[in-house]
Design a protein around this ligand. Structure first.
Ligand code: MGD
Ligand code: MGD
Ligand code: MO
Length: 755
């Protein structure tokens, strides 16, 4: 305990000199100071590459270079000078690698050549690309059915790679295409598609210049979408109200010093971001949204003309809101009636409002209901299809939205499959495939035996780690297309392959010359991305080339000209234009400066639901549902620290929360410490308590976390992901969207005996 570094509250604004310092440190650590500086100047530029960080859009038409600390870290870690060589693998048995932490694995640098697992020596040994593809093809052909293979995607994959990948998987014969979206914004897609006829957000950056109010639910932009702070700062400066709901007081939502503003940097100034900051209890947002909707209806601040013209379901919603009492709203939200009415007043006073949300909303059992209640709030006042208003689910991975648009989806529509089959002259499988949770279950009980991952880190990012590891280890073959070493390479099937690929920042040279790929950001802008660094190794292939060569090896009777398509990615884009709605004339339009926008129908007040109208949905609170089972007095949320990108751990600091040099921490309120006889700095084990479907009480434990007294509501705890993923029961997930409920884990704490 005495050896732990001190935890000191961070009272400076987010951004500022510390952000610059930390960026330079990241570049230095990866030995890319000079190269990185040149590389960074081309990030999110019309002729550069799309930042491999988050999906927040860029304003490259306006400013020449947008600085982003965590974008720098993402780029520096990809452009690193460090390499994982065959000598490294020869030196370290996999059993040894498996004992190293995620930070160590990431820090080894870029993967350089294809490797295959050798059980006799428990080591990865070099393998040629052709042999690797032949081995995968053999394993796929040995399966009893194509549905016994699982093809995962992480959201960094380009549109071109994603399109070819889903085509290959469907020509092979399955829709088993789980993706990271299943663990992320899936509930947003499910909720909004049903309600508005499109699962995407409707706003653009221009709307951020025109709104009167921005509400931010369950999102930490200072860490996860730092460029969003620039928009929030401009909005705040022109008097826009910014209302944040978060159990934690996140620094980036409070104050920001813009590293691009010399006046603020040298003048020591900063901008206040949130005008109103509320700390609901974990999972309290359905009650918060219900309270706001209730006030809108009861004060008759409703846009009746809009409702009459475009929206169904008003009477049922109004009746349900009137019947919901303030006692229940206060209890469930953890806020007072006064606070809830104050927030609702800001909303009613605003002419045009944007609602943003992140993982604090989606990773809950009732996330679909919560998002539909948020959209109810918008619809009630006509806050969609007018400037400065609309829903803004803030996506994570830089191309997670584009991957879905390209057909990475386990539940494709018949219309999409019809187009795909017609364009490529085959009969796509129609049965829906496995999402992430279903894929884990299937591998666990032997229904699936080959696991292929296009990027990501399935072993670490998924819930219920012990179960997932057992599932992967039961597979006949696991294959990882990756840039960096991670947990999914050391938790593997009987046979295992690592296929190293080019990153976004690198030159992608094919027979037709250097290639650009395309991506779609969180606001549906589609644009080009072309790398300019030499590849990390001469043995790397691009993701589209990996798919094409795998397809050629696996599907001898395919009528698709795989090798020809990847010679020139314009050919892939021409095929995308044939299959995917909204991509007509793709090659020409994407070459215009800034690319093009996939217009959201809601912007024109068109709602392509079955009825052709938007829908309001009544969602009663289920009271007491958030009360945790008796042996588990706390609800734990698993969040990101400042120095990580999902399972990629860049460093051990979480600057804005005052934590340095350690990740196994657990934030707890001072009152809870006292109530439970615990002390700040004490070390505990965390145990989740779960009533399984068969009624059995299951327990899962992670050990040795340091308690940190923190400003967090009573009964609520916070720790970092992925160290706590082992606690999330696989069947604890969002209703209908099946996103793991990793923000609401029922847990208890047990003090560890002093060392
Ligand atoms: N640097 C960096 N950037 C990233 C990522 C990264 O790991 N690092 N990850 C990327 C990805 S894939 C994604 S999806 C996004 C994630 O970006 P965020 O959505 O910001 O993700 P989290 O860190 O999980 O934080 C969620 C926030 O929700 C709050 N919260 C938790 N539970 C509740 C709740 O019940 N109610 C409310 N109101 N708030 C709650 C937490 O306190 C936290 O502030 O960021 C993307 N960008
Ligand atoms: N408990 C808990 N669990 C969570 C979450 C949470 O908040 N709490 N968040 C969930 C969310 S929102 C998400 S999106 C998932 C993320 O799940 P994933 O997307 O599966 O995980 P990442 O950590 O982003 O994947 C990192 C790996 O991607 C590889 N990589 C990086 N760049 C490239 C590239 O260009 N190409 C290829 N082929 N590989 C590349 C590297 O090898 C790196 O190790 O995790 C989910 N899991
Ligand atoms: Mo995500």
């Amino acid at each position: 305990m005495a050896d732990d570094p001190p935890v000191t509250p961070y009272d400076k604004p987010a951004g500022g000199w510390d952000a610059l310092r930390s960026s330079l440190h990241a570049l230095r650590e990866q030995d890319v100071v000079l190269k990185g500086a040149g590389t960074l100047l081309r990030t999110n530029q019309p002729t550069g590459f799309d930042c491999p960080g988050c999906a927040w859009p860029d304003r490259n038409a306006h400013s020449s270079f947008e600085f982003c600390e965590n974008g720098v870290k993402a780029v520096a870690n990809e452009a690193t000078a460090r390499r994982v060589t065959r000598e490294f693998f020869a030196e370290h048995p996999v059993a040894w690698l498996a004992q190293q932490d995620d930070h160590f694995l990431e820090a080894q640098g870029r993967l350089t050549e294809p490797m295959a697992y050798d059980a006799a020596s428990d080591r990865y040994v070099p393998i040629g690309w052709n042999d690797a593809f032949a081995r995968i093809a053999a394993a796929l052909h040995a399966l009893p059915s194509p549905d016994a293979a699982v093809f995962y995607t992480s959201g960094r994959t380009s549109n071109e790679a994603a399109f070819l990948y889903q085509l290959f998987v469907r020509e092979f014969g399955t829709n088993n295409l789980p993706d990271c979206s299943n663990m992320c914004h899936e509930p947003s897609g499910v909720a909004l598609t049903e309600q508005l006829g499109s699962g995407k957000g409707s706003v653009t950056l221009d709307d951020f210049e025109q709104c009167d109010a921005i509400f931010i639910f369950g999102q930490n932009p200072g860490t996860n979408h730092p460029r969003m702070l620039g928009e929030l700062r401009s909005a705040a400066k022109r008097g826009c109200r910014i209302v944040a709901f978060n159990p934690l007081r996140e620094r980036g939502l409070e104050r920001f010093t813009n590293p691009q503003s010399p006046a603020e940097m040298f003048g020591g100034g900063s901008t206040r971001i949130a005008t109103h900051y509320y700390q609901p209890r974990i999972g309290g947002d359905l009650a918060v949204a219900t309270a706001i909707a209730k006030v809108v209806v009861e004060r008759d601040a409703v846009d009746h003309a809009f409702i009459a013209a475009h929206v169904d379901g008003f009477d049922a919603l109004a009746a349900s809101l009137r019947a919901t009492g303030w006692d229940a709203l206060e209890r469930e939200s953890g806020l007072t009636r006064k606070q809830l009415e104050e927030a609702a007043q800001v909303y009613v006073d605003s002419r045009a409002t944007i609602l943003c949300w992140g993982m604090g909303i989606t990773q809950h059992r009732r996330s679909v209901a919560t998002i539909q209640m948020l959209a109810n709030v918008l619809l009630l006042r006509g806050n969609i299809g007018r400037p400065g208003a609309g829903p803004c689910p803030v996506r994570g991975h830089s191309n997670v939205q584009g991957d879905r648009t390209m057909g990475i989806y386990e539940q494709p529509s018949d219309a999409f499959l019809d187009h795909l089959g017609a364009a490529f002259d085959f009969a796509p499988p129609r049965a829906h495939g496995f999402d992430t949770v279903a894929a884990i279950e299937a591998m666990h009980d032997g229904r699936a035996a080959v696991f292929f991952a296009m990027g990501g880190n399935f072993a670490a990012a998924t819930p219920d780690s012990a179960r997932v590891h057992a599932a992967l280890q039961r597979c006949a073959l696991t294959v990882q297309v990756s840039t960096k070493l991670n947990r999914s390479h050391v938790v593997h099937g009987r046979d295992a392959l690592i296929l190293p690929c080019l990153g976004r920042t690198e030159i992608d040279l094919q027979a037709g010359g250097p290639q650009a790929v395309t991506v779609e950001d969180s606001m549906s802008m589609v644009h080009l991305s072309s790398g300019m660094n030499p590849p990390a190794s001469e043995h790397l292939l691009s993701e589209p080339a990996i798919v094409a060569r795998l397809a050629a090896a696996t599907l001898p009777r395919s009528r698709t000209r795989w090798a020809w398509l990847v010679e020139d990615y314009d050919r892939i884009r021409d095929r995308i234009a044939q299959v995917v709605d909204g991509f007509d004339d793709f090659n020409a339009r994407v070459r215009r400066p800034g690319g093009f926008h996939l217009r959201h129908p809601g912007r024109d007040r068109r709602f392509p639901t079955p009825s052709g109208r938007a829908q309001l949905f009544a969602h009663p609170l289920d009271e007491g549902s958030m009360a945790t089972p008796a042996p588990a007095p706390f609800t734990l949320m698993t969040v990101r620290a400042h120095d990580q990108y999902n399972t990629t751990i860049y460093g051990l600091d979480d600057r804005y929360r005052g934590v340095h040099g350690l990740r196994r921490v657990c934030f707890i309120s001072p009152a809870d410490l006292q109530r439970h006889g615990l002390a700040d700095g004490q070390h505990v084990d965390i145990t989740s308590v779960w009533h399984a479907a068969d009624g059995a009480l299951e327990e899962r434990t992670v050990s040795d976390f340091r308690l940190i007294a923190y400003d967090i509501p009573d009964g609520c705890l916070a720790s970092y992901f992925p160290e706590t993923n082992a606690l999330v029961p696989l069947d604890h997930h969002a209703e209908r969207a099946r996103t793991p409920a990793s923000k609401a884990i029922p847990v208890r704490l047990s003090p560890r005996a002093p060392a």
